[in-house]
Design a protein around this ligand. Structure first.
Ligand SMILES: O=P(O)(O)OC[C@H]1O[C@H](O[C@H]2O[C@H](CO)[C@@H](O)[C@H](O)[C@H]2O)[C@H](O)[C@@H](O)[C@@H]1O
Length: 256
């Protein structure tokens, strides 16, 4: 943190979206960004080298759930764990993986055969997520789905990304750690902070350590995921705590 405070112009701030900038809600479609987050990111962005949101969501969805993000100067959104990039209103991405619609087409029959009718399937275009949060037994359903979904993913050349009451089938070859490392190199960062809440953010924590830069990892704490808090330099209380921390940081940058 000291390096970031001393030399903000060299700092890259990376942030997860769900559970970090946006409070967890039962239905992914009704998630919204914390109301103070866009303004805080804009304040930070005026001082640091770059602010990037690195999310499992499609970049366009993160912007729909946080429309004011589009006005944050210089913001970059790395969607789909880094496969997609939104910057200055434009999205770039590789062609969609053919395995995703094939796996998705097999899901109804698989879920039926397992007797799991109360899960929610989220079609993300380049990935498909199976949510258990609204099931009668979210943890039990999650556990019951792990192996069958791993087999389905393998069959279609995909991998399973586990998250908070969600198992996502997505293409391999990218994760938040790789995405963050590429971004740090691109921006010739001199320091880095990454803030996350979920298992998918562990790779970004590792990238912070592997970068060799002065870095700080922040966990948006919850009772659902403990693995991240165990590895974080700082633990705050959910998105409310994240916004408070970022706001303190932005204020500190303005002090003479
Ligand atoms: O990388 P992230 O920005 O953290 O995105 C990861 C997944 O987030 C979403 O699911 C999570 O948030 C939902 C809304 O609060 C919640 O209902 C769900 O239980 C959480 O797992 C999103 O729906 C997924 O597609 C993302 O991959």
């Amino acid at each position: 943190m000291e390096a970031i405070l001393k030399d903000p112009a060299g700092a890259v701030i990376g942030l997860d979206f769900d559970g970090t900038l946006s409070p967890i809600v039962p239905d992914p479609a009704t998630a919204v960004i914390h109301p103070k987050a866009p303004a805080v990111l804009a304040d930070l962005g005026a001082h640091v080298r770059a602010v990037a949101i690195v999310t499992g969501r499609p970049a366009a969805t993160a912007l729909e759930l946080g429309p004011a993000l589009a006005d944050v100067p210089g913001l970059v959104v790395l969607g789909h764990y880094g496969f997609e990039r939104w910057e200055g209103g434009r999205i770039s991405a590789p062609p969609p993986p053919p395995g995703v619609p094939r796996a998705e087409a097999e899901l109804p029959l698989l879920l039926e055969s397992l007797g799991l009718r109360d899960v929610a399937v989220e079609d993300k275009g380049r990935a498909v997520a199976v949510h258990t949060r609204r099931s009668a037994d979210p943890e039990g359903t999650f556990a019951a789905l792990r192996e069958p979904l791993a087999k389905l993913a393998e069959k279609h050349g995909l991998v399973v990304e586990p998250g908070r009451m969600v198992l996502e089938l997505r293409p391999p070859g990218m994760d938040k750690g790789h995405a963050l490392s590429l971004f740090l190199a691109e921006r010739t960062a001199r320091s880095v902070m990454f803030v996350g809440d979920d298992l998918g953010d562990l790779a970004a924590f590792e990238a912070v350590r592997a970068s060799g830069l002065p870095g700080v990892t922040v966990c948006s704490g919850s009772s659902e995921v403990t693995a991240l808090a165990e590895r974080a330099d700082i633990v705050v209380d959910g998105p409310e705590g994240v916004v408070a921390l970022l706001s303190e940081l932005a204020t500190a940058f303005t002090r003479p």
